[in-house]
Write a protein that binds this ligand. Structure first.
Ligand code: RB5
Length: 148
């Protein structure tokens, strides 16, 4: 199950992404927002990240104007690794090197065709392990020290 959330800057793209997920029969839970009326991205990122932390969702897709606000909120949660992605190559690396369980998308800078290419790459790419595992272990130590 994929958690999906947006603010007004990501609303239009999130709705298109939902159509793509429906087509592919990929299950998701939509945490809002539900219109393009101006709002605040933490309101929607927080419940989506809590669902990932509770393991109700194993991944999440967050969309705001740049993907940056959503990314900043997401990475405040222990066990979440998220970055904003704007092309296929960085999406693959986000999984292969960083084992990211959350992806953010810049709704004001990419269209649905670009988002589909990015999401396909992110969903299909496996974590490479090896030297990257050591780095994730270091991140976990930082989390254990700095987050409750
Ligand atoms: C909203 O105007 C915009 O700031 C937001 O969607 C996002 O880009 C923030 O990082």
């Amino acid at each position: 199950m994929i958690a999906i959330a947006c603010d007004h800057g990501g609303y239009a793209l999130k709705e298109e992404i939902k159509k793509y997920l429906d087509e592919k029969e990929i299950e998701y839970k939509d945490f809002g927002c539900y219109s393009d009326e101006r709002t605040d991205y933490p309101l929607y990122a927080v419940p989506a990240m809590e669902a990932v932390q509770r393991k109700e969702c194993d991944k999440a897709i967050l969309v705001c104007g740049t993907g940056f606000g959503m990314t900043i909120v997401a990475n405040k949660f222990k066990g979440i690794r998220c970055a904003s992605c704007w092309n296929e190559e960085v999406a693959k690396l986000l999984r292969a090197h960083n084992d990211a369980n959350v992806i953010a998308l810049p709704g004001r800078f990419i269209n649905i065709s670009q988002a589909v290419v990015i999401l396909r790459a992110w969903l299909a790419t496996e974590f490479m392990g090896g030297r990257h595992t050591d780095r994730l272990d270091m991140i976990k130590e930082i989390e254990d020290k700095n987050m409750k």
